[in-house]
Ligand binder design. Sequence first.
Ligand code: SF4
Length: 219
Amino acid sequence: MNEDADLIPISALQHLLFCERQFALIHIEGIWSENLFTAEGKVLHERVHQEHHEKRRLYRQEFGMAVRSLKSGLIGKCDLVELYLEPSGKIAEAFPVEFKRGKNKEEEEDKVQLCAQAMCLEEMLDIMIPEGQIYYLQDHRRTRIALDQALRKKVVQLADRARELILKGETPLAIFEKRKCTTCSLVEQCMPSSTGLQSKSVSRFIRAQLKATESECDK
Ligand code: SF4
């Protein structure tokens, strides 16, 4: 893999883990919609992603650092990378720090994002990164996240699945899950009954629902 266009955005892994249909709507069909949660997150990340860095003698902070891994086929941006230097100036250690609105709800999506960023940094800086940190705004503190083998395997599996779905170009049908769908920014595009929108996926959704209803009536 050597073209940026072939790389999967790290954010796509989070969408995929949250819901395969949401991933397909965004990354295959190109649909996006803001809700309160995404808008607040966007404002926070825009503030953090204003690229700048702070430097002390053996310590550096890089905000909004672009990262990519050709090995894992991923591309993204880190909110913050903390770098510890050797006296020679060589990078000895690095930690990605991700900023999140809200409280720590132990969501796997957050850990996957952080781990994917670390895997990119490891390749770029040729070092090992055993842990990263997530700063939850409402908790006012950082949570340390161990980047273990299970988490790394999950990142690779998700990247492979994302490539597979993009290659197929198919959007899975909607399966309503209260916990997810009530917070999903694409609920109106995904569940057309609330809006009557007529996108390609929405039409497919309607056809599938009609088919399901017809087979129920045939019983
Ligand atoms: S509304 Fe539910 S099924 Fe539809 S994309 Fe969102 S989470 Fe997935």
